[in-house]
Design a protein around this ligand. Sequence first.
Ligand code: AQP
Length: 332
Amino acid sequence: RPRVLSGIQPTAGSFHLGNYLGAVRQWVALQESHDAFYMVVDLHAITVPQDPAELRRNTRVAVAQLLAAGLDPDRCTLFVQSHVPEHAQLAWVMNCVTGFGEASRMTQFKDKSAKQGADRTTVGLFTYPVLMVADILLYQANQVPVGEDQRQHLELTRDLADRFNTRYGDTFTIPSPYIVKETAKIFDLQDPSIKMSKSASSPKGIIDLLDEPKATAKKIKSAVTDTDTVIRFDREAKPGVSNLLTILSTLTGTDIPKLESAYEGKGYGALKTDLAEAMVDFVTPFRDRTQEYLDDPATLDSILAKGAEKARAVAAETLATSYDRLGLLPAK
Ligand code: AQP
């Protein structure tokens, strides 16, 4: 079985719909066909300041949501990044083969640091993509299911793996991104020209999966569309409507041309009402299941302990090989 690896940050408390449709939904499907490693990336989260108690709680909430979304610890390896120290260790190694200019060209860093200002931007945020490189290479992953925003980091991963292999001998598998075109970028409900993101300016544009279902329905109903009335998929001319169609299509498993003909002659109100209903049908059991996992911390801890053990077995081997290739003297 080919191997997949992916991670999600525990920062916001709740996953948003972009995280779910762009990434987590694929994770659930891929555990059936792949040797799957999934993690909550708490070391990535601390690249910006976090309240310690909140981070601890949010890490549990993230794991509970992944289980509620359908990850099965018997079918995949589910763990917390900081439980596997090899991530930080290999990240150092990969930092030492990364060019400063190369790292400086990462657009996510440029965007985030421009927003934060140089004095508030950490060196950790700068090397975040290199930690991600280490995350992926440690598991010799063949594919990495992510949203479109991570494509550049995947390119960096491929470049660095190739550079290391060329310099020191074959060590790492070169991974490919696994990006599902239709849902690779879910857009903000209030500003469909930008991706749905937890750092967006207005909470009205983001659907948090753990929000009250009523609030979710309200956000859908007030989503920005356009002054036209035709329900048609056209990313350029009708970004708001197209985003709603994408979400409805994915949640209900109905393809977009079918939806277009079903809504012919109907207004945006009908589309929004149906989408609000589909969202409520999805988030209501999702919230309940998340809460059930949170109410049983012993089970959660045991899942994570087993996951970390399985992950470490793979990670330790890759790290040892890379140290050996580099010429680091083994400890006796
Ligand atoms: N809008 C999106 N559409 C599709 N996929 C998305 N992802 C994020 N936003 C969208 C994918 O979700 C996975 C986990 O993301 P993360 O934990 O790394 O969080 P992020 O990308 O930092 O999420 P945000 O909300 O976009 O955070 P900020 O605002 O901090 O940048 C990834 O696979 C990602 O592609």
